[in-house]
Ligand binder design. Sequence first.
Ligand SMILES: *Cc1c(COP(=O)(O)O)cnc(C)c1O
Length: 490
Amino acid sequence: MSEPLIFELGAPGRTSSYMPDCDVPGRPPEELVPADLLRKRPPEFPEVGEREAAGHFTRLSSLNYGVDTGFYPLGSCTMKYNPKINEYAARLPGFARLHPYQPEDQAQGALRLMYETQGYLAEITGMDQFTLQPAAGAHGEFTGLLMIKAYHDHRGDTGRRKVIVSDSSHGTNPATAALCGLEVLQIRSGRDGTVDMEALGEALGDDTAAVMLTNPNTLGLFEKEILEIAGAVHRAGAMLYCDGANMNAVMGISRPGDMGFDVIHLNLHKTFSTPHGGGGPGSGPVGVKSHLAPFLPSPVVRLNPDSGIYFFDYDRPLSIGKVRAFYGNFGVVVRAYAYIRAVGGEGLREASENAVINANYLLSLLKGKYRVPFDRHCMHEFVVAPPAGFRESGLHTVDIAKRLMDYGYHPPTVYFPLIVEEALMVEPTETESKATLDDFARAMLEIAREGLESPGLLRDAPVSTPVSRLDEVSAARRPRLRWQPPGAAE
Ligand SMILES: *Cc1c(COP(=O)(O)O)cnc(C)c1O
């Protein structure tokens, strides 16, 4: 990086703090603190003026790539533009400054918003009841499987300890099942990329607790046999779990509840327009059919129809208990509520339709050059593999991803789903214009040409970013997250 680090800008004696003198009467502060707790030497903070500090952090912020700055085709993540009206709503002081212990009679607006959001999500998914507690998609899966376990156990059906997942499933599915103390059974996909009914039939048994599926699946393909799948799962006495992290292809068109799913989690931070990434707050509400409702986390928000008063219902003897402090990430729920209310049912349907059209349009532009493992109409996302000839030049998907950064794009998801070798998974979402899709396709086609004519361009990419290729293993295993003064122990 050419920019100097803030710590290297400093000079002894420079400062940007204006601390008042201690005005506590009596002994000086250093005498109030026990001697063994005092620092032996002063902290080695950089000494910089406010001007340098402001410049440093502003420059850093401009290095971020985000959905507000450019196209972010990160498959399975639904990185869509998030309307600013949602941010406005979430920042309204009546929501943002509400204390979680505020008495219910002083928080009726917030309770109503939660109650109505539960209802909207139930309507969109075809489920009977929702909880807003889980803080992310994986957390929603955890909540859903705990409820399924409680359901079987409550019926005395205690031998169900296996969870069937597809080999195209998101990694969180098997991880969640394992975390719940259940055994994971992975079934292969059929040649067309969807569930192989035969493999499913062989795996199902009276030890199956649940089958976890994503529809459309992570290849962006709709499971056309979903009704037969649901029938087979229920005949075996198991529950069908929908990983609904990504509902962007089906909102207002088809409903998992009507397909026979018993439980679903949604990612409000994907489909319902809350910005995400960088580990920011998420929300993974879980919806269930009525036979699982008694097991929902406590409390649930309810409305007393006689008084018109909203309240938290803690009187739930079969509940799996709380899965999170207080009531979930309320600010994310406010954004989803604002989004749903702003666009309405028709708007949600239109969003899905445009997401699917955008994905198919982009796929059609790339098809001639990039290999398409499952050549069908896609839903909200699709998977391609590098052009023919790349392997011979020693080029891989990662090189395409890195080169895209030089063209000003966030790379797509790479090497997922696992069943496609060298996968490149693209999800344009509905918020991008045709011009953006055309430009992105041009960049992808240009990279395909570069790879064949001058593969070094891809191998050395990115060349336009502050740092180029990183040692990703060390970055993950031995992250250096803060500056250390020279000579300090790691
Ligand atoms: C993103 C995603 C998840 C996990 O959601 P988190 O909020 O990251 O925990 C699960 N399944 C699918 C299909 C996803 O795309």
